[in-house]
Design a protein. Structure first.
Length: 271
């Protein structure tokens, strides 16, 4: 959440979001480099094409998210982010023929209802920010499917390194067209985005190694609390109760789907 607040601040301070994407990825590569150098065969893979496609989709998702967050509140962006597990299940069902049972279909419907509650289309004005975050969530749902596929043979470190190797040059080329040379303070903030994103991903992965997903995932809900507090103290925005209720409904539906998939994996059944 701290990283998202910094992204929003940097955009308001004149740094193009795509430039922030570039720094976020480049700094992440620098942080990962010492670990990658100690991992033999880190760049050896039989799935180079899959890594590249995953990196390109994630680049598009990240750019859409970074631009979208400029135009809406942190709470609204979190609410739409929570739809990614729901969208991933929907994509897997429609395009990959994965069987989805009644309980997960109901959870998907509940998640969609939560999105309608949070966004209230027709009752409040929606802007390009909502559309960009929705697009980012859809693309991230695709990324989740690629991560799931790659995780069968590829370590989290290898996936992160390949993602950085794809994302950094792509974002760098795009950023060159709108480049704004950051001052020292902005440079520190840009480095902070990369550091917090890398650290957050590592901690999230470690949490699933050390504890059951059912114990960890509910803590992701605290994003709403932190985004509300940061939004209030930094951007002077107080989210309304309906938005928080909608975000809660989306999170519960997405959490159920994620936990259910983990349970099926443990049971050795097809998802």
């Amino acid at each position: 959440m701290a990283g998202n607040a910094v992204i929003k601040h940097l955009a308001e301070d004149g740094i193009p979001p795509v430039e922030t994407v570039f720094f976020r990825s480049a700094v992440s590569l620098v942080i990962l480099a010492p670990f990658a150098l100690r991992a033999p065969g880190i760049l050896k893979t039989d799935f180079l094409g899959t890594h590249v496609v995953r990196g390109l989709i994630q680049a598009a998702s990240m750019i859409a998210f970074f631009y979208g967050i400029v135009h809406i509140t942190l709470v609204e962006s979190n609410a739409l982010e929570f739809t990614s597990p729901i969208l991933a299940t929907l994509i897997a069902m429609i395009f990959f023929g994965e069987p989805v049972r009644a309980r997960r279909l109901i959870a998907m419907g509940v998640g969609f209802l939560g999105a309608m509650i949070a966004l209230r289309p027709g009752f409040q004005e929606l802007n390009q920010g909502h559309g960009l975050i929705a697009l980012a969530s859809l693309l991230w749902a695709l990324v989740l499917l690629y991560i799931r596929k790659l995780s069968v043979t590829e370590s989290a470190l290898k996936q992160s390194v390949f993602m950085g190797l794809v994302l950094t040059p792509v974002a760098g080329v795009l950023a060159a067209f709108v480049w704004v040379t950051p001052n020292f303070e902005q440079f520190l903030f840009l480095c902070m985005v990369g550091a917090t994103a890398t650290g957050g991903q590592w901690l999230f992965a470690q949490s699933f190694r050390l504890a059951e997903m059912s114990a960890v995932l509910p803590l992701d809900f605290t994003k709403l609390i932190w985004s509300s507090l940061i939004g209030y103290f930094v951007f002077e925005y107080l989210p309304d109760a309906i938005t928080l209720i909608g975000a809660t409904v989306i999170f519960v539906a997405g959490a159920y789907i994620t936990l259910r998939e983990a349970q099926l994996v443990r049971q050795g059944r097809a998802l």
